[in-house]
Design a binder for this molecule. Structure first.
Ligand SMILES: [Zn+2]
Length: 269
């Protein structure tokens, strides 16, 4: 655990009220901007339990892309729009699911960063161009046309700083794609889901709502866009009920109503 308490990662206020205590972790709400965060996190939050999780062969075999990955690929190919070269930087390549899909697309030059060694190894097995370690602007001398942070911001000590650094590495008119868990996720009312996915203070230390992301985007001169219906994409064999639920989510997202994970992108002005 950190010996020193974190200040609010969004507005830098140091006054808060405690929302919840889980083991020794304190989940608090900032009195300045209402952001919810862990005030006393572990110093490393990206590889907790990774050995248990990733040494399991079934997890490796099932590292299939998620629906949001298909949406991201569609969004990126739409933005690429036949350009000869379109560079994509992924911060936090994970198990390489998205990188694998993007690398198959013509004209897309993929580069990733991954700080967890086990996940990095899985990316290399997929022959992805991934650098081991946290993203550092000095290690990425290009400018990207699209940057992706898929379930990354909830883990980092200074999300505002990370957004600033990524935007510096983005071309004008380029897009920053972000997916984060939603503190207002309606599934939290189901005890089984809540227990497994909601508060995970050992690894999730920032709890965003859509308004928080909009604020951060505004501060960095990015326009805010939810994923639109035009990026809807499905795997073959998806059950009908899942298709309907997924369509509902995208339609609500496009109306700026986030009821589960927040998927959005900003365009650098
Ligand atoms: Zn705050």
């Amino acid at each position: 655990m950190n010996k020193k308490n974190r200040i609010c990662p969004l507005c830098e206020s140091d006054t808060y009220k405690v929302v919840k205590r889980i083991n020794k972790f304190k989940i608090v709400q900032c009195r300045g901007c209402c952001f919810v965060y862990v005030v006393n996190p572990f110093s490393i939050t990206y590889n907790y339990n990774e050995c248990n999780e990733l040494q399991d062969e079934s997890v490796k075999k099932n590292a299939h892309p998620r629906y949001r990955h298909l949406q991201m690929v569609k969004l990126i190919t739409q933005k690429c729009n036949g350009r000869k070269e379109y560079s994509v930087l992924e911060i936090g390549s994970g198990k390489g699911e998205l990188g694998h899909l993007l690398s198959k697309e013509p004209n897309i030059m993929y580069q990733g960063f991954e700080p967890s060694h086990i996940r990095y190894t899985l990316c290399k097995k997929k022959n992805l161009s991934v650098t081991y370690g946290q993203f550092e602007p000095s290690k990425y001398t290009n400018k990207a046309d699209a940057i992706i942070m898929d379930n990354v911001l909830e883990h980092v000590m200074e999300p505002t700083q990370l957004i600033k650094e990524t935007i510096d590495s983005l071309n004008k008119g380029g897009i920053l794609i972000i997916a984060v868990p939603n503190v207002h996720d309606v599934r939290r009312f189901f005890p089984k889901w809540r227990k497994r996915h909601y508060y995970q203070p050992h690894c999730h230390i920032n709890y965003f709502k859509t308004q928080d992301l909009k604020k951060m985007f505004r501060r960095h001169n990015l326009s805010f866009h939810p994923f639109a219906l035009s990026s809807f994409s499905l795997k073959a064999g998806t059950p009908f009920l899942k298709i309907m639920l997924y369509l509902c989510k995208i339609m609500l997202d496009s109306l700026n109503i986030s009821c589960s994970g927040i998927y959005c992108y900003g365009i650098k002005k």
